[in-house]
Design a protein around this ligand. Sequence first.
Ligand SMILES: Nc1ncnc2c1ncn2[C@@H]1O[C@H](COP(=O)(O)OP(=O)(O)OP(=O)(O)O)[C@@H](O)[C@H]1O
Ligand SMILES: [Mg+2]
Length: 335
Amino acid sequence: MIDLIDIEKVYQTGKKSSFIALRGINLKVDKGEIFGVIGRSGAGKSTLLRSVNLLERPTGGTVIVGGDKLMALGEKQLQEKRKRIGMIFQHFNLLTTVTVRDNIAFPLRIAKISTNQMKARVDELLELVGLTEYQHHYPKQLSGGQKQRVGIARALANDPEVLLCDEATSALDPQTTEGILTLLREINRKMGITILLITHEMGVIRSVCDRVAVMDHGQIVESGTVLDVFLHPKNKITREFVSEVSDTFGSEAVGAYQVKGQMVRIHFRGDQTYEPVLYETVRRTNATFAILQGTVSKMKDVPYGQLIVELRGSDAEVNRIVEELGEQGLEVSRL
Ligand SMILES: Nc1ncnc2c1ncn2[C@@H]1O[C@H](COP(=O)(O)OP(=O)(O)OP(=O)(O)O)[C@@H](O)[C@H]1O
Ligand SMILES: [Mg+2]
């Protein structure tokens, strides 16, 4: 649905000075997925996101959205295309002097649709984001979460195929963030809208995204499914992001405990998370085990668990357990 090929963005910062904000970005977002880009401040996330609808025109590369090469379009065609690419912002960017209803109607007015159609569409959008009761309020009378709901309704007004989210929850508290993320997932699922979001919070990536790319200094340094990137972060900056969400841990979590047997870390994913795989496997030997640390969590809808376990038995038994767990599709690493 979105295909960014060799994107480069050079900002002219002075007569003779320039700054390379994006270099050699290649990114493919499939139809219907929620794709997240994470990076520190200044990494180039907003520049990248704004390249997708050409709010920021790349200085090199190709931007393809829904099969159209955007940089080749004329001004009028680009205007039309942009209607199909919704966008929401960290600070909402609402019109402060008009009501919720009129904010949502704004893009429809520009699209010059009939009054009746407009009314019906706005009613539908108000319902979708749960703001029917607030339709005659002004933005200043709303909470942050409600303002973002207005932003989302406005972005969806023209029935876009893609929704771009620039730090959509960064100004919100954790609970409100959860509400907005739930709404984004619903929109993605029910309407099939492809979502590309950028954030500096790994928690956001974990709770809504299917795939993630990690950005640093204008480049993508790592990408993959959220589960893979979480469980096997390769880049230093990715590891830092992952460690910011507290339920991942290393052997240091065991502290001063004197380990007698072989300590292993086991990753479970999907339905395995809830099966007694470990118990059943160890039971077939004379070994025993002690759980030193454990957690079960979810990446979007996929449950996963991590356990740090001490296997107590002969080397042969421990080897056999590690091997058999591997054969059953679990990831086991010796610590
Ligand atoms: N118009 C501009 N002219 C010159 N440099 C710019 C311009 N816009 C952005 N930059 C620079 O490009 C780099 C990337 O900026 P960008 O806004 O894309 O980062 P970001 O990852 O979105 O950061 P944040 O998390 O703080 O929003 C920064 O170093 C920024 O200073
Ligand atoms: Mg930004």
